[in-house]
Design a protein around this ligand. Structure first.
Ligand code: NAP
Length: 328
């Protein structure tokens, strides 16, 4: 996440208690297991999902090392058993958050049927799983047209990649024409682009050039409060269109209520993704339906003690497929 430094320097005001070991999702190897593990074995290559849910209350959700959620239960999880996260040599994580990766298939050589991913490249899953959770929650289907806005940041550009793998055509909206053109150039013929101009009517006219639009994936940052793209995208949807609200707005956002009511529009909020989304996503990756080998670029790998350099590099690496990793 390009904005991770702002999470830890307080600029984003995420709620977490200190001190804590920070971190996000991770790729790692199993060192030790609890007694109830059935499939996992020591040395397995695994993806560790940082979205931890209460076992007796799935509504209590935290992002390990980042955000303690909004309920008494979630705060209890984050301040207790799952306080410390993955920016460490060893991390203790819930069993259900660990997904075995098919190392031979994902990292093996193409000559032997592998896909040839580097293990660090697999860290991009965190970026891709977020939009997958939102796009899947509104049932995006092959052949549909989806607006992704803004499409030029880390999660936004990942949303374009994932929506394409789900079979959709994507209209990528953004302020930066060069970055939009880059998306079209790198991701191919099913990507269309629309510039945000600050004029709702103009943006709608540009969107409607592409015909029927089925869904809008919102991944706006807080800075985009008041941006015209949100209204333009909602108003451009077909009857019974769907909106996935994943953006990080900190303030209330005006909804074109009359349009939403008259055209049976669904507005669906989503924080992160479910365990089922993780499992389905890994199938996309293993089968090669989602092929990001040429897209994911590791912009830097750092030791934990180089954390300042790592955060600096991350702040400048928020474009399509860009990744900065800790490798303790
Ligand atoms: N719901 C969830 O589970 C979830 C999970 C992860 C993240 N999020 C939210 O998603 C947000 C975006 O993530 P990201 O990785 O894409 O962030 P990012 O890498 O920082 O990119 C920000 C994006 O927003 C655009 N933007 C910035 N200011 C804008 C403005 N005033 N008007 C219109 N567009 C503007 C940027 O466009 P330019 O290229 O023109 O600068 C860029 O496309 C985060 O702020 C976070 O809160 C939600």
């Amino acid at each position: 996440m390009a904005y991770l430094p702002d999470v830890y320097n307080g600029a984003r005001a995420y709620a977490y208690a200190t001190p804590l070991v920070t971190g996000t999702a991770a790729i790692g190897r199993v060192v030790a297991l609890g007694p109830d593990a059935v499939v996992l074995k020591p040395h397995d290559l695994v993806y560790v999902d940082a979205v931890v849910r209460g076992r007796d209350d799935p509504g209590a959700i935290i992002l390990m090392g980042i955000a303690e959620g909004m309920t008494e239960g979630s705060r209890k999880l984050m301040r207790g058993e799952w306080r410390d996260a993955t920016f460490a040599e060893y991390a203790k994580v819930p069993l259900e958050n660990v997904h075995v990766l098919d190392e031979a298939r994902l990292c093996g050589s193409p000559a032997e049927g592998g896909l040839g991913y580097g293990t660090e490249q697999l860290g991009w899953m965190l970026q891709a799983l977020v939009p997958y959770g939102g796009l899947r929650s509104i049932g995006v289907q092959a052949g549909e047209t989806v607006i992704v806005a803004p499409a030029t940041g880390g999660f936004g550009s990942a949303a374009v990649v994932v929506a394409l793998a789900m079979g959709a055509r994507v209209i990528a909206m953004g302020r930066n024409g060069e970055a939009l053109e880059g998306l079209k150039r790198e991701l191919g013929g099913r990507v269309e682009t629309v510039r945000m101009t600050g004029d709702v009517g103009e943006e709608m006219a540009a969107l409607k050039r592409f015909g029927k639009i089925d869904a809008f994936f919102d991944i706006s940052p807080p800075e985009a409060k008041g941006s015209t793209h949100f209204k333009a995208a909602v108003l451009s949807l077909r009857p019974e269109g769907r909106v996935s609200l994943m953006g990080g707005f900190l303030e209330d956002v005006p909804i074109p209520h009359r349009f939403v009511m008259r055209f049976d529009i669904t507005l669906r909020g989503k924080w992160m993704y479910s365990r089922a989304d993780n499992v389905a996503f890994l199938s996309l990756l293993n089968t090669g339906v989602l092929d990001v080998r040429s897209i994911v670029k590791v912009r830097g790998t750092f030791k934990l003690e180089e954390w300042e350099k790592a955060f600096e590099a991350a702040a400048g690496a928020g474009r399509l497929g860009e990744l900065v990793m800790f490798n303790p």
